[in-house]
Design a protein around this ligand. Structure first.
Ligand code: SF4
Ligand code: SF4
Length: 327
């Protein structure tokens, strides 16, 4: 895997600082039943890294002590961590809104047959990757047969009431471009998804989030191998809008890795750029139980243009729309 960091760290990005914390995003392991081309985590079936029960306890203690309203659980396929369901139930029991970044195909993995029912019972918000509404494009990016399995997963979730306004069970989809281009306008693409998935498959969902591909990890290595890295960075930088700096997700989020160490965002986690606090190079979540990091500088570099290019990009989709969205 070619490392993109030496290229990214040379690129200046405007300074930004932390605001009020509203989301704890925890990566509870890199194991995944898929190995997607664009995956910024390099997740796959053979990864062993996994959050322990002790670190899960620290996450729960932090949520309770700091009264963080949102827990965003990611991976890998987070549902493969044996402590996933305990984490969800305990967080819900203290009133935390829980989001599961679900790849949809996990719903058919052996041992996960009751997952959809569990998520609905706990009223977990689902954020599901579906990089296109066309079978050919999804299978090219995520593997043969993934589109069909994903559609079956969406139908199963719909069957439990997900994506239907009257139930309040939220099902959001995530789109990312196939290659080194920026995502199209989120609202227009959402309409296309809604029409196509509804008419062809009877699938309903709440919102579509469009995300730019980050020039790091697996996708970054492909850009370098294809000689496209500099061109893609130029594209992101030319499309940068200062207005997006106000809403980048790192202002209100902490990302926690499987060991419990903290970062400004999931991308910095993948680049191994720990959040700096009290001049320490690496801080564990347990050390933040009594600390306040509001106002502290965020570690930025060239990859951050992936968040501020064009309509902007965050774990809640385009920044302009995300700023005005309630659910
Ligand atoms: S499903 Fe998600 S975590 Fe798994 S390999 Fe694909 S992009 Fe990575
Ligand atoms: S990659 Fe995005 S979310 Fe992460 S630090 Fe940079 S601007 Fe913030």
């Amino acid at each position: 895997m070619r490392d993109t960091w030496p290229r990214l760290e040379r690129i200046a990005f405007p300074p930004i600082r932390r605001g009020r914390l509203d989301t704890l995003q925890v990566n509870i392991g890199y194991r995944c039943n898929q190995s997607c081309v664009h995956c910024h985590v390099n997740a796959g079936p053979h990864r062993k890294e996994e959050m322990s029960s002790e670190v899960i306890d620290t996450v729960l203690a932090f949520l309770a002590r700091k009264r963080v309203p949102i827990l965003d659980i990611t991976g890998g396929a987070p549902e493969l961590n044996p402590h996933f369901r305990r984490l969800v139930c305990a967080a819900r029991a203290i009133g935390v809104q829980v989001m599961d970044r679900c790849n949809l195909t996990i719903l058919e993995v052996a041992g996960q047959e009751d997952l959809a029912h569990f998520l609905a019972r706990e009223r977990v918000e689902i954020v599901a990757s579906l990089p296109c509404y066309l079978e050919e494009n999804v299978d090219r990016q995520r593997g043969k047969g993934v589109f069909d399995t994903s559609i079956r997963g969406l139908r199963r979730l719909n069957g439990f009431g997900y994506g239907r306004a009257e139930t309040g069970l939220v099902l959001n989809l995530v789109y990312n471009p196939q290659g080194s281009s920026l995502p199209p306008p989120q609202r227009t693409l959402e309409e296309n998804y809604r029409r196509s998935l509804g008419e062809r498959y009877g699938v309903v969902f709440n919102h579509l989030f469009t995300l730019a591909n980050m020039p790091i990890q697996r996708f970054g290595a492909i850009l370098i191998a294809n000689g496209e890295f500099d061109r893609y960075l130029d594209l992101l930088r030319r499309a940068h809008l200062d207005a997006n700096l106000e809403n980048v997700m790192c202002r209100n989020l902490i990302s926690v890795d499987w060991r419990g160490y903290i970062y400004d965002c999931d991308f910095n986690q993948m680049l191994d750029l720990p959040l700096k606090h009290d001049a320490r190079e690496r801080v564990h979540l347990s050390e933040l139980l009594d600390a306040d990091i509001e106002g502290q500088p965020i570690r930025v570099a060239g990859h951050c243009y992936g968040c501020t290019a064009g309509q902007g990009s965050s774990c809640s989709g385009a920044l302009a729309q995300a700023a005005g969205r309630s659910a």
